[in-house]
Design a protein around this ligand. Sequence first.
Ligand SMILES: C[S@@+](CC[C@H](N)C(=O)[O-])C[C@H]1O[C@@H](n2cnc3c(N)ncnc32)[C@H](O)[C@@H]1O
Length: 447
Amino acid sequence: MNPRLLAMRVLLQVLVDGKSLNACSTLINSSIDDAKDRAFARELSFGVLRWHPRLMFILSELITKPLKAKDQDIVCLLLIGFYQILFLRVPDHAAVSETVKLTQKLKKGWAKNLVNGVLRELLRERENIQIKIESDLVAKYAHPLWFIHKIQKDWPEQWEILLEKNNEQAPMTLRVNQQKSPTKEYQAQLLDRGFYSSPSNFSLAALVLEKPCDVSLLPDFDVGAVSVQDLAAQQAAYLLELPKQGRVLDACAAPGGKTAHILEVEPSSRVVALDISEDRTKLIRQTLDRLGLEAQLVCANAGDTDSWWDGEMFDRILLDAPCSATGVIRRNPDIKTHRTLEDVQQVVHNQAKLLETLWPLLKPGGILLYATCSVLKDENELQILSFLSTCADAVELKIESGWGNDRPAGKQILPGDNGMDGFYYARIQKVNKDLILESAIDRKGYI
Ligand SMILES: C[S@@+](CC[C@H](N)C(=O)[O-])C[C@H]1O[C@@H](n2cnc3c(N)ncnc32)[C@H](O)[C@@H]1O
């Protein structure tokens, strides 16, 4: 299939049907055999969504009457045309003619002149439009206005760089399965196949690829030598300080990236991996099978403990909470168009509920690791400060690390810091209530 046409189909599914880009990416893999064309279709789909707010601004500058709902395919074609002209090294004449040609394939010959005219107008007006972009917040930073305002409020010093970093492409980072081979050995195998990579100071298992590639090209990927996982996500297994034979709850586990890392770091762990989605629970099984690891898989709402908990308490709980995913916009640019302020309020409520319900399942002395791939304070430090203020047997354990920013509670990684995704971690220990009482008496001399 024509890569531009396929990109248009993907964009329609994301922008009109509200599907996730991730789900539509499989369409790209299954519809195009040629690797170069596949990469081009991916570039167009991801690129248009990455710059969507800016490209829509340009569209509003170039057409006076919005196109009808049934002609959103033509809107997508125009955005694909803009993206090629402004961001890719496709020669201008090819960007225009190849995009215009597709109006025929769509059996919308009437749109030929429109697409041709609008794209040529952009070529003529490029500089003037650039000046207008600079003076419009949404067009300049290519994010929705509610999000820009929220980031300005949460990160008054860093908001601009944060938004700019969100518009960059994230590196492809690997996690070498230490049960199979040391990182250095795997790096050498990669090099034999022509893939350059660098190790990281922040995870002994990590290798950052110089250029992303298809996982099927990675040595022994099928037999579990390696997984794809961002450096920020790799911190979870280390922060849990896993004891031998510890009972570990991974409360929101799918697709199982962190579950697997826990088992790679401490294979004696007895892991219960839970997810609310049946389809996504199957992904945990696939992840573990590929890596040759074992955990108890449960499909349930973690917050409904009566439905799944057997009464045995946990030494460690990982709550990788459902969140706004605003820290991983680099990898999922469709978040810009899908996410709303109301969604954020809903996830904040759900996170608080999950913290409250899972806390009683932790043994005294045990550690709960709270994680999100969000950059919003409501979901992160404010959530944890609120939890700590209401929970008498919870104390924060400081995270000592070379990455991230220390916050009043927990640690925040902003997107692009050390190349990492935007992530938040807080470690909370359950202390024995009697010990708290004793220490209060020690401090005050009385109760
Ligand atoms: C951030 S993802 C988890 C990523 C996973 N920890 C990993 O590293 O591969 C959040 C997951 O939480 C699941 N989820 C959302 N609400 C849940 C709930 N109430 N109980 C259990 N799982 C839930 C979602 O289906 C989703 O798979």
